[in-house]
Design a protein around this ligand. Sequence first.
Ligand code: 1CP
Length: 364
Amino acid sequence: MKRASDGTRSRMSLSAFPALKNDCMLRAARGEATEWIPVWMMRQAGRYLPEYQEVRKDADFFTMCRTPELACKVSLQPLERFPTLDAVIIFSDILVIPQAMGMEVLMVKGKGPVFPDPLKVPEDIQKLTLKPDIESTLGYVFDAVNLTRERIAGRVPLIGFSGAPFTLMAYMIEGGGSRTLSKAKTWLFKHPEATHKLLQALTDIIVEYLVGKVKAGAQMLQVFESNGGDLTPDHFTEFSLPYLSQIASRVKAAVDVPMTVFARGANQEGALEALASTEYNTISVDWRIEPSDARKRAGNKTLQGNLDPGALYAAPETLRKLVAKMVKGFGTQRYIANLGHGMHPSHDPEMAGNFIDAVHACTN
Ligand code: 1CP
């Protein structure tokens, strides 16, 4: 790998990459016809893979994110193991953005992400870098994207991603994962002005970050609003939707790329319908909605999802039947098969392979 004198990688330009051989997923996202159903899994690069654990045992999680060679290596692991996968997602985390804003985030074994000094009161926003220099704070992600696109060598498209503003804000206030979101909800109910200020600052960063990923080599983007389902319909409309929508419009004004929104659990009255009126190409849904119902509510958008990750604990024959039922509900066109959320650390990799095969066995 070439390195510039300041230690950063000199990136390959987009025109230098080999032509894409399997563009099935990009076509599905754009609403074009596909000969088979494209499939990938959220969290496909991660703890259920022994080869991931092997790399992870010698490296801290965020060191892996910050080291392009390591991030590239684990991003490619699912494709090496399952060559019929239709996409690779770059290995990183949504919490690199709060880090770029100056917050400390640790990955604690058995617990997940922890912020030692979360935001407590609206005045704490002053302590953040609201307009960080994206290249100097997150350029390592662009380096990882660029290297991974090079090493995929045109086999499948590379997906870049970001957390959505409300989900990132919730982590920054809760200081980690939370069941009730009591602290973040206190802000929504008590400090709506400060909340909007923070959400807008996050939106501005996310837009520049996602555009940067595309310029570095990402061929598709996904925005994760993992806490979207925790909001009331009114709060979803006020604190999530406008920012999600802004992200799609502004990124698309800058770069031509298919975009997916995953507002986990956001099946509230009107939420899917509203997402269908944004500029995202694809709406990713979780397992709490019937595929046929999602079709009725999501207009002519491409849909992604939504097998219960728990189904990967079933017998292989049962898994095949569940996949066939899911495909019957979504149909084979304008559809990207995925789980309703990510792979679990306790999943058997063999069942991930069975899931991919079961999807590809469903034909038009
Ligand atoms: O200890 C370890 O090895 C860390 C495990 C791990 C991994 C592999 C974490 C910690 N993050 C990741 C990678 C990751 N995170 C990816 C890229 C890989 C892929 O998808 O194949 C992506 C897209 C994420 C996104 C992410 N991180 C989300 C949004 C998606 C979702 O799951 O809702 C969220 C909420 C996080 C926060 C996070 N990071 C890690 C943990 C344990 C958590 C808490 C949430 C959780 O457990 O799901």
